[in-house]
Design a binder for this molecule. Structure first.
Ligand code: UDP
Length: 160
């Protein structure tokens, strides 16, 4: 255990990432998790989960009233999702870059949506859009005892 390699708490962020039902049905779970694992972020929570309409509505509360909202709730509750909590310095914006633009046709090649999806309503993955929403969404989707604090063996090779 190398204390100087553990970042100070102010710098560390957490973000909520979710493989949406289309990603699960298309067998893309491993591919999507690998993008964040290979980048070097720390996985704190992981589960396969069928979410209720109430939870989907709370998660997407900021989008209530948008024309696509009813279809979005139907989509997210249509099958199991894979819920993840990731931790790291700058993890929120980095994960958003790795995921790519909301409309997969506009997402850059190399991003998850750019490589794996075509339609906004089937864009395979979610990532929190701010550190505040990262906290809110991790707490919404995970119970405290489902999150794991640990130090990966590769840490000295990830941090300078
Ligand atoms: N969405 C959609 N049509 C739109 C805009 C958004 O179906 O025109 C869906 C899409 O699945 C998106 C989700 O609603 O991922 C949440 O929208 P947001 O603007 O928060 O995009 P994100 O942060 O997921 O890129």
């Amino acid at each position: 255990f190398l204390p100087h390699l553990v970042a100070s708490m102010e710098e560390v962020q957490e973000t909520y990432v979710m493989v949406k039902p289309d990603g699960v049905q298309r067998g893309l779970v491993g591919e999507i998790i690998s993008r964040f694992e290979n980048k070097g972020f720390l996985l704190k929570g992981l589960k396969l989960f069928k979410c209720s309409k109430e939870l989907a509505e709370e998660h997407y509360q900021e989008l209530k009233g948008k024309h696509f909202y009813p279809k979005l709730i139907e989509y997210i509750t249509s099958g199991p999702v894979v819920c993840m909590a990731w931790e790291g310095i700058g993890v929120v914006s980095s994960v958003r870059k790795l995921i790519g633009a909301t409309n997969p046709l506009q997402a850059e090649p190399g991003t998850i949506r750019g490589d794996l999806a075509i339609y906004p309503g089937r864009n395979v993955v979610h990532g929190s859009d701010s550190p505040e929403n990262g906290h809110r969404e991790v707490a919404l989707w995970f119970k405290a005892d489902e999150l794991c604090e640990w130090v990966p063996a590769q840490l000295p090779w990830l941090r300078e």
